[in-house]
Design a protein around this ligand. Structure first.
Ligand SMILES: [Zn+2]
Length: 449
């Protein structure tokens, strides 16, 4: 019960060997467990909410399958579980008292906690999805706050995944909206990879590209039906999210699934910005990514207005800062503990000297017409993205995320520094048009005005 696309992608994935998607597939939990883990004992890990909606059912089915079971490990349902390293540590302590294979009955946050805890105990695990909220079910790495700083901690993806469409459709609608936002983010992320490809910074692997971009348009085409609980639209969304995770496994990198829109989201998360409306829960990852995708599409529109094939290479070379100057700037821009040092290391990694800049800009002058064409083919307009995200129930204005216009504006300049990956923001910086493109977005008549 998997889609053809997923079946074709699985053999190349490094960690995940089995994905079952469909209505009612919770009933196959024991069979899927048996395929991956034989007659090993199992332990359901859930929180009070996910235990109620699917965890007890999974536990029961494993039990009636005659399997040895350890008592479920259940996190409190209130307050909402956070992706704190302390939660992984607690789970590790419990897992070490037995040898059972964890069965995470979870949405994104708890899945990340189990992913990391299972890794620390040197155990594979099975993920049972309770919300179509992220692409993280099939990706390696766990997004967890450790030492006061949200980071992606090493750990493999689950060995197998069960995604019951009936369970996913019953999840809070905002979770599905988040999955939609995370998936639609692959539109500008793809454009960023095209930029890096044309400039020979990070060549596109056509197979990996097709895993993400192949199902993308179809999977994001019917946002309103998704909110109405339509099963086939939900299946397409889940397939798209699972394929993105598998693509990251195949590539050994998050490049196929994330670009500058994710750095916007990461920056806001690290700095407690985009915290949502007063009194409400913090916005899900995919809601921030979706909104940031509008922001990046609007930015691309400003950039594509320009003819970068006429960039004055000598002038750019003269103005190009030394690494020491860049480092000072990064220090002056990032003060959040943990992030400050990370930003310097990441910026150092992608720093090029003036000669390398001249080479890159020479290539850009030659490739710009082709690059521009490829970007236009890949992108949707900012207005289109806003409309689709709105129909999916995602926030589409800064205020809905609790984000000020001043913070949004600063993000365009600051996000580039927190990750070494080359995106359109680097292209704009290197050609000297980054500040003016941002000014235009916020000037009277501009997209964010
Ligand atoms: Zn994401």
């Amino acid at each position: 019960m998997s889609t053809e696309r997923i079946k074709a992608a699985l053999p190349d994935a490094t960690d995940t060997k089995d994905i079952v998607i469909g209505p009612g597939v919770l009933g196959l939990a024991d069979e899927v467990f048996g395929r991956s883990f034989g007659d090993q004992p199992a332990v359901v890990v859930a929180d009070e909410n996910t235990f109620k909606v699917a965890g007890q059912d999974v536990h029961h089915r494993l039990q009636t399958g005659g399997r040895t079971l350890v008592d479920p490990y259940i996190f409190p349902g209130q307050p909402t579980l956070r992706s704190e390293y302390g939660n992984a540590t607690k789970l590790v302590a419990s897992l070490r008292t037995h040898e059972a294979i964890p069965v995470a009955v979870a949405s994104g946050t708890l899945n990340d906690i189990v992913k990391r805890a299972a890794y620390e105990c040197d155990r594979p695990y099975l993920a049972v999805a309770t919300a179509a909220s992220v692409d993280g079910y099939t990706s390696f790495g766990a997004s967890i706050t450790k030492d006061g700083f949200k980071q992606t901690l090493t750990c493999p993806a689950p060995r197998a995944v069960v995604a019951d469409l009936d369970v996913l459709a019953a999840a809070p609608p905002i979770m599905t909206a988040s999955g939609y936002g995370d998936l639609l983010g692959k539109v500008p992320a793809g454009a960023d990879w095209i930029v890096a490809d044309e400039l020979q910074v990070d060549p596109i692997d056509p197979h990996v590209w097709s895993l993400v971009q192949g199902p993308l348009r179809e999977a994001t085409a019917r946002p309103a039906e998704l909110q109405a609980g339509d099963r086939s639209t939900m299946e397409a969304l889940v397939e798209g999210l699972m394929m993105s995770g598998l693509a990251m496994q195949v590539a050994g990198s998050s490049r196929p699934a994330s670009g500058a829109e994710h750095y916007f989201s990461h920056l806001w998360e690290l700095e407690g910005l985009a915290h949502g409306v007063e009194g409400g829960p913090p916005p899900e990852h995919g809601l921030k990514v979706g909104f940031a995708s509008i922001a990046m599409a609007a930015f691309y529109e400003r950039l594509l207005e320009r003819d970068l094939s006429t960039v004055d290479i000598e002038a750019r070379r003269r103005l190009w800062p030394s690494w020491e100057q860049v480092e000072q700037k990064v220090r002056a821009t990032h003060h959040t503990p943990g992030l400050d040092r990370a930003a310097i290391a990441q910026s150092r990694e992608k720093y090029i000297d003036a000669d390398q800049l001249a080479q890159r800009l020479t290539l850009l002058r030659e490739r710009w017409p082709v690059l521009r064409e490829r970007i236009q083919q890949q992108l949707l307009t900012a207005d289109q993205l806003r409309e689709q995200l709105g129909a999916a129930g995602c926030p589409t204005s800064p205020a809905e995320l609790g984000l000020s216009l001043a913070d949004l504006k600063a993000t365009y300049i600051r996000a580039r520094m927190i990750r070494s990956r080359y995106t359109v923001l680097d292209l704009a910086y290197e050609t000297g048009v980054l500040p003016e493109c941002v000014e235009e977005l916020f000037a009277p008549g501009g997209f964010w005005a």
